[in-house]
Design a protein around this ligand. Structure first.
Ligand SMILES: Cc1cc2nc3c(=O)[nH]c(=O)nc-3n(C[C@H](O)[C@H](O)[C@H](O)COP(=O)(O)OP(=O)(O)OC[C@H]3O[C@@H](n4cnc5c(N)ncnc54)[C@H](O)[C@@H]3O)c2cc1C
Length: 388
């Protein structure tokens, strides 16, 4: 593998969340000089539902089985056995997922992922408190301009810097927010929620807001991540105040009212954006750069999970980075192989989810009917397959 000694690093990964950490783990045997920079100091919080999808753990297991094994030891955490889906008419359906998964606060989970990098990729330069402000692609290298400190040069930059990616914004056309492909979510932690069970994640759909849902996820030690997510288009059209709507739903939704009467809210309701995948074909790479995870808009439009696709794309980006250094080819045409991989392994499924989300978002009766039909023996697996 040929490295470029005149540059500070061969590869700079911007963002040390799930996508960036997975990418650094994917490069652990490469011999390349890798920097993993993040604007935050870990452990840091990230607004999320804290449900770690089974596919995220499966992808890490494929890199090294001990990675997933060690994450199962995290505390706090709650192993998920099943999910309860409450339809707009109040009927409910319990689904058992095939892949083992758990919930754990992102402050804990992301720190553990970064610790895996520290342990298994010790040559990686982890630069915390290093926010990227700007970057420039030159003929034979990339120049990164941090908010503070000197410029950093590298041969290839991998943008894993989340929903408001600086790398994506600076290097890709069409930076305008597309509300039909963006969700907004809010969440708060609670304890002492009545009738909530360890091992069961709960999803609540309402007639008014079908392009989204309210959730109640146990995250261990008697705490619950409770939130509401909705398509930005719906939020804008109906001028929804998500924080106020969430508080109101907790007090009035037939399946929730009363359950929060003695609950204690731990901290404020906070929000963040979810760039959805599956709707448009937008490049996720170019000359000397690649984008992963939220920076590449890879969140599942139906369920709102993106930790799995962040990890999967981070690993695919590591493979592409190896190919670039192997062939000494950093051209957009060569790196476009990564776009093809992302489209085939992630994009296709997201496109199906997007179509289903749009289809169901105007048909509460259909959601009610699907939940009712799922009670018929033999039909439940079909419903489960459609949801993902
Ligand atoms: C309300 C809500 C609920 C969600 N619930 C779930 C869920 O339950 N399960 C699930 O799978 N997904 C969920 N998601 C989606 C999930 O949070 C993201 O898909 C996932 O975090 C993407 O990982 P990432 O590594 O791409 O980005 P991030 O996790 O956002 O990590 C990006 C990193 O980049 C750093 N960074 C940002 N800008 C810069 C910069 N300029 N310079 C340097 N560093 C920078 C940040 O500090 C951060 O550490 C939810 C999202 C929201 C908003």
């Amino acid at each position: 593998m040929r490295s470029s000694p005149s540059l500070d690093y061969d590869v700079a990964i911007v963002g040390a969340g799930p996508a960036g950490a997975a990418c650094a783990l994917g490069l652990r045997h490469s011999g390349l000089r890798v920097a993993l920079l993040d604007k935050a100091q870990f452990p840091r919080d990230k607004v999320c539902g804290d449900a770690i999808p089974g596919h995220a753990l499966k992808a890490l297991r494929q890199l090294d089985p001990t990675f997933a094994d060690s994450l199962w030891q995290l505390r706090p955490m709650d192993a998920v056995r099943n999910s309860k889906l409450v339809a707009p008419n109040g009927a409910n359906l319990v689904l058992e997922w095939k892949l083992p998964s758990f919930n754990s606060p992102r402050e804990t989970f992301d720190d553990a992922l970064l610790n895996l990098v520290r342990t298994h990729a010790p040559a990686t330069a982890i630069l915390e408190n290093t926010g990227l402000k700007d970057l420039q692609i030159d003929a034979d290298h990339v120049r990164l301009k941090p908010l503070q400190g000197p410029e950093i040069t590298c041969g290839l930059v991998i943008g894993c810097d989340g929903a408001n990616s600086v790398v994506g914004r600076k290097l890709l056309p069409e930076p305008r927010l597309a509300r039909a492909h963006h969700c907004v979510g809010v969440r708060a932690y609670f304890e002492n929620v009545a009738e909530a069970q360890s091992g069961t994640t709960e999803f609540f759909l309402t007639r008014d807001y079908l392009a989204g849902y309210c959730w109640l996820f146990p995250v261990g030690q008697g705490r619950y991540n409770v939130g509401l997510g909705m398509l930005a288009e719906v939020v804008a059209k109906h001028k929804v105040d998500l924080k106020e709507t969430m508080t109101r739903l907790l007090a009035t939704h037939p399946a929730l009212a009363g359950r929060f009467a003695s609950a204690r809210q731990l901290g404020p309701i906070v929000g963040f954006g979810l760039p959805l995948g599956g709707g448009r074909t937008r490049p996720v790479s170019g000359e000397r750069f690649l984008l992963c995870g939220d920076a590449a808009s890879l969140i599942d439009p139906l369920q709102g999970h993106g930790i799995d696709t962040a990890i999967q794309s981070g690993i695919l980006a590591a493979t592409q980075a190896l190919a670039c250094f192997d062939k000494q080819d950093f051209s957009a045409a060569h790196i476009a192989q990564y776009d093809a991989q992302v489209a085939a392994k992630i994009g296709k499924k997201l496109a199906k989810s997007y179509r289903l989300m749009r289809f169901l978002s105007t048909k509460p009766w259909l959601v009610n009917a699907a939940v009712r039909l799922a009670k018929v023996p033999g039909v439940k697996p079909w419903v489960q397959k459609a949801i993902g």
